[in-house]
Each structure stands twice: as structure tokens, then as C-alpha cells.
Design a protein around this ligand. Structure first.
Ligand SMILES: Cc1ncc(COP(=O)(O)O)c(C=O)c1O
Length: 415
């Protein structure tokens, strides 16, 4: 057998696999893993907030008292105790009675995005997404061959009448086009990734009415909904209509390494997604599910834990916001965060993609706006995560960013 040349090896890869290219920005972000970099690029939760002691106790308990529950093959739909708990939480949040057979446990909500893309749409079908939007969702939908139709997201303070989140006038207009008939509308209505914006309560009701009027399904992705700094989160869109499929996860509240998420939706959809999931991974880690349900079911502990995580993020968000204004002054536009893990900023006149390698040379990193774009021009935007780095690190990262920016400014403009 003659060893394959790299070119021959490449040609053995399917057309579908070849279409999944690494983006230029992804390649740039590899730089951010260099030692010594204070990176605000990743969406990584604070490791100090991982409840490792509580998880260790839960693991010892299940492994010593009921090892088969954690170590044997389990049902594709998920651990019955976790499905029941998620159904109960969904009932409380939405005010709509929800049964366990409306829940599919997934390997993170990322798997939920992939399954929904393949179960709700065929290649070439249009789906409506936020622009800018969550990169992982855009990738999952593109991998399924779906046609992305963008709806702008109004950034804080820049939207008409101070509306933020998905532009519902634009959505209404799109859905009014009888030829479009999207398979679904995908939205992150609470502390969106990347803009950090949220839909107000009245806008959530309006989105639900649009979904009912146009008979379209809404995928409501909620990973940051519990990380609310205001203390008065609006009800989910799913409280206003049953045309919503909810994605949830423990990634931002407990730990992403557990890889436990869920889909809540109508039973016909859960049945179809379960069949699709069976071919992918049989079921989500039984150990991960057992740990997740143990911690989530202890509501007194979970509420206190969430309070601590949220307070720390609120503190860091305020530090990062103040530091940006202090170091960059007029050169930055950025609204304070009301929850979640990200600040979204604008550096008028600066190409943030070109700025990134300079920032890395100065020892910090962010994600340039164009990484999240469908059609929008986001050349001067950037996403900064305040979750992973402590206050002193955030202040130092901004000082490094300011130094990188000074370098850009002092260069003569290209002829
Ligand atoms: C909006 C959004 N949805 C889904 C995910 C995926 O999360 P996980 O698969 O860890 O639940 C993320 C992760 O950052 C996200 O930001």
C-alpha cells in the first residue's frame, strides 16, 4: 500500500466535511492561547465558580450507592429524574404545564442546535437567525445545509425607541413574505451572545404573537438567562406561546464539562429529535446527568450558588466596563452589561480584525465583531468576556488593549 499524499488524503474527505472550513477568525483566535495572554476572547465560565466539592460528593454518592445509574447504558431521552426536574422547572418558568415526555436531554445545548437543525429543516430550507448571532448555532445550521436569513439585533441604546435584542419590525416584515416560510426563528432573548442584549418583556410577548400569527416555530436558547444582574428577569418567550422550543444547559450555571443540556418542546418534535440523537451518541453521559440532577434538585443550594456566580460576574462586568471607559475614553462605545458573560463594544474607525494580532502581541485578546456576522458590517465591533478573568486581570487586559490601539492610531494611514 502506497502511503497517501496529503492531497490524496484530502480528496477522501466528503464534500460535506470539506465544506466545514475553519474560519480566518478561528485561526486568529488560536493565537490567543499563547502563554501570558489575558484572553477575553473565550466564552469560558469562571473556573473558581465550578462547584467541584459538591460535584465530588454527588459523584461519590451515585457511584457507591447506585453505580448502574451512572455507568450503565441509559435511555436516549435522558435520565428520568432529570427529565422530570427540567419539566418541573419549565412549568414554573413558563406557567405552562410541561410533562417529562416533552424533554430530551442533550449533550450540551450545542447538540440541541444540531438536532433541531436536522429534524426541523431540510438542506436548502431557510431559517431566521439573529445578526450578529451565536457562532456555534450559525455553524450547526450551516453544517445542516440551511439557508441563513438574517434579522438585525438592536444594540443597547442604538435601537429605535431604545429597543434591544432582535429587531421585531424586521422579523415581522420577513415573516410577511409568503415565499420565505422559514423552518424556524432562532433567538437568544436573554443576554445574547455576542451583544449581551435582551428582549424586553413586552417584546417577548410581541415575538410570541408574531410566531402565532405567522405560524412559525421559535427556538429560544437560554444559556445565560439565569445570569441576571438586575434581579427581575422577564418571563421567557415560551411563557407567551406554545410555538416555542426551549434550549437549556447547565454549562454556565454549573460547569460546561458536564455536557448536559436539554430541549423542551412538543412530543412529536422530542420523538424525532430522540431518533436523530440515537444515531449520534445513544445518550448523554449518564454520570453527567446524575450529577446535574443532584445539584439542580437541591434548590436551596442551587439558588445560593447561582447568587454567588452572578454576583461575581456582575462585579467583573462593572470593572471591565469602567476600565474600558477609563483607558479608552471617547475611543470606545459600550453599554454596561445587565447579565450574561459578555460586553459588546464599538471602536469607531478601527478594524477590530486587524487589531487582534496587535492586541495578542500586547498580551490580550478579544473576538472581532465580524466572527458573529451573517450579513451585518461589524468591522469596528468586538466581544469581550468578563467571566473568566478576575478584576485585576480585566484592568490589565484593557491597559494592554489600549496600548495596542495606540499603536494602530500612531501608524500613518495606508496610501
Ligand atoms: C447562545 C449559546 N447557545 C448554546 C451554547 C452551547 O452551550 P453548551 O453546549 O455548553 O450547552 C452557547 C455556548 O457558549 C451559547 O453561547
Amino acid at each position: 500500500v502506497t502511503p497517501s499524499t496529503p492531497d490524496q488524503t484530502r480528496s477522501r474527505v466528503s464534500r460535506r466535511a470539506r465544506a466545514l472550513r475553519s474560519s480566518q477568525i478561528r485561526d486568529l483566535l488560536d493565537l490567543t492561547r499563547r502563554p501570558g495572554i489575558i484572553s477575553l476572547a473565550g466564552g469560558l465560565p469562571d473556573p473558581a465558580g465550578f462547584p467541584s466539592d459538591r460535584l465530588a460528593a454527588a459523584a461519590a454518592d451515585v457511584l457507591l450507592t447506585d453505580p448502574s445509574r451512572a455507568l450503565q447504558y441509559g435511555p436516549t431521552e435522558g435520565d428520568p429524574a432529570l427529565r422530570a426536574l427540567v419539566a418541573e422547572m419549565h412549568t414554573v418558568r413558563t406557567g405552562r404545564p410541561t410533562r417529562p415526555d416533552q424533554v430530551l436531554v442533550t449533550t450540551g445545548s450545542q447538540q440541541g442546535l444540531d438536532l433541531l437543525a436536522r429534524v426541523l429543516a431540510d438542506p436548502g430550507d431557510p431559517v431566521v437567525v439573529e445578526d450578529p448571532g451565536y457562532l456555534g448555532a450559525l455553524q450547526a445550521f450551516q453544517a445542516a445545509g440551511l439557508h441563513l436569513v438574517a434579522v438585525p439585533v438592536a444594540e443597547t441604546g442604538t435601537g429605535t425607541r431604545d429597543r434591544t435584542g432582535m429587531d421585531l419590525d424586521a422579523l415581522d416584515h420577513l415573516l410577511g413574505d409568503a415565499d420565505l416560510e422559514p423552518a424556524f426563528v432562532y433567538t437568544v432573548p436573554s443576554f445574547q451572545n455576542p451583544t449581551g442584549t435582551s428582549l424586553a418583556a413586552s417584546e417577548r410577548d410581541r415575538l410570541a404573537r408574531l410566531a402565532d400569527h405567522h405560524d412559525v416555530l421559535v427556538i429560544e436558547d437560554t444559556p445565560y438567562a439565569d445570569l441576571d444582574f438586575t434581579g427581575s428577569p422577564p418571563p421567557p418567550v415560551a411563557a407567551h406561546t406554545d410555538r416555542v422550543v426551549t434550549l437549556g444547559t447547565v454549562s454556565k450555571t454549573l460547569a460546561p464539562g458536564l455536557r448536559v443540556g436539554w430541549i423542551v418542546g412538543p412530543t412529536w418534535l422530542i420523538a424525532a429529535a430522540t431518533r436523530a440523537k440515537q444515531a449520534v451518541d445513544l445518550h448523554t453521559s449518564a454520570l453527567g446527568q446524575a450529577l446535574a440532577v443532584d445539584l439542580l434538585a437541591d434548590t436551596v443550594w442551587f439558588t445560593a450558588h447561582l447568587g454567588q456566580v452572578t454576583a461575581r460576574y456582575a462585579d467583573r462586568a462593572a470593572t471591565l466596563h469602567a476600565s474600558l471607559h477609563q483607558h479608552l475614553g471617547e475611543a470606545v462605545e459600550c453599554a454596561p452589561a445587565r447579565g450574561g458573560m459578555f460586553l459588546w463594544a464599538r471602536l469607531p474607525g478601527v478594524d477590530t480584525t486587524a487589531l487582534l494580532p496587535r492586541a495578542v502581541d500586547h498580551g490580550t485578546a478579544f473576538v472581532p465583531g465580524p466572527a458573529f456576522a451573517v450579513d451585518a458590517n461589524l468591522a469596528d465591533r468586538l466581544r469581550l468576556s468578563f467571566a473568566t478573568t478576575d478584576g485585576a486581570g480585566l484592568v490589565e487586559a484593557v491597559a494592554r488593549l489600549a496600548a495596542a490601539l495606540d499603536g494602530v492610531r500612531s501608524e500613518p494611514p495606508a496610501a
